[in-house]
Design a protein around this ligand. Structure first.
Ligand SMILES: Nc1ncnc2c1ncn2[C@@H]1O[C@H](COP(=O)(O)OP(=O)(O)OP(=O)(O)O)[C@@H](O)[C@H]1O
Ligand SMILES: [Mg+2]
Length: 277
């Protein structure tokens, strides 16, 4: 039994827009999964199926082996938390603190637990100083962090982040990567995210789904996907700079270990040039 699964999921929007066709997706506990693909590929549509916001035109979505139904959708939303691509679709309370409190309060938790969850979420996102602010007046990146904190405070087993780094400054991106990477080990969470920042994928994911025109056109580990440049270029994507550079060096006869993340690449270079010298 998988934690989250879609079987042959098809979604046709009104006006005969075929946004998903026969999508088979699986997420296990404590995994970090990236969904990549060009604009309009169907990433956000897929994510909205993970906790029953959209209903399949055909096929099904299973959470812990159970198909999502009208009866269990509330339970499903405790397990699968979705942070929307656009934070304005999600933030509506008069203060940041109240906004982050909304989810846990709705779960019926006692005041002490809600307070604790708010503090932890504000702390993890580094937004303690925003707590009294009006969400509507925050900057784009600040809003994004508030939206993530609000879902995180519900402590879902699966945290689904639709383009979490869009609009964040470089330090904000680095903080988000560090935050996401703590969740599986420290909190036992599964993280599913979409991004157009392919350079971040190796830093944040163990497994990748590549989408194009509503279908999954490839999937695999970071290594499996990033060693198939034709798969990525065919879908208007590209191999990120680090594996691209090292691959090219190797093709030109440089004896260096393949690497996908910054830290691994640094190690490969040091091994190849410094320690050997
Ligand atoms: N509410 C809607 N009604 C009709 N069509 C829609 C709706 N939402 C999305 N679509 C269409 O469905 C397709 C998939 O859109 P979706 O937002 O899932 O793509 P995406 O991969 O998230 O793209 P992006 O990278 O731009 O966020 C697109 O062709 C889009 O125009
Ligand atoms: Mg989208």
């Amino acid at each position: 039994m998988h934690l989250l699964e879609t079987r042959d999921l098809t979604h046709i929007y009104r006006g005969d827009v075929r946004a998903l066709e026969g999508v088979n997706f699986v997420a296990e506990r404590k995994s970090r999964i990236a969904v990549i693909g060009p604009n309009g590929a169907g990433k956000s549509t897929l994510f909205k199926h993970f906790n029953g916001i959209l209903k399949p035109t055909s096929g099904e979505v299973l959470v812990r082996g159970e198909p999502i139904t009208r009866e269990n959708v509330r339970e499903v939303r405790k397990l699968v938390g979705l942070v929307f691509q656009n934070p304005d679709d999600q933030i509506f309370s008069p203060t940041v603190e109240q906004d982050v409190a909304f989810g846990p309060t709705n779960l019926g938790l006692d005041d002490e637990t809600v307070t604790h969850r708010i503090e932890e979420a504000l702390h993890l996102l580094g937004i303690e100083d925003l707590r009294e602010r009006v969400p509507h007046h925050l900057s784009g990146g600040e809003k994004k962090r508030v939206a993530i904190a609000g879902i995180l405070a519900m402590e879902p087993q699966v945290l689904v982040l639709d383009e979490p780094t869009a609009g964040l400054d470089p330090q904000g991106v680095a903080d988000l990567v560090a935050f996401v990477n703590r969740l599986p080990e420290e909190y036992g969470m599964t993280v599913v995210f979409s991004t157009h920042h392919l350079g971040l994928v190796a830093e944040m994911a163990d497994y990748i789904y590549v989408m194009d025109r509503g279908t999954i056109v490839g999937s695999g580990t970071v290594e499996e996907v990033f060693t198939r440049p034709e798969l990525l270029t065919r879908t208007r994507l590209d191999v990120p700079p680090i594996p691209k550079l090292i691959r090219s060096l190797r093709e030109n006869g440089v004896a260096i270990e393949m690497a996908y993340t910054y830290e691994d690449a640094k190690k490969s270079f040091l091994d190849a040039y410094v320690r050997r010298a």
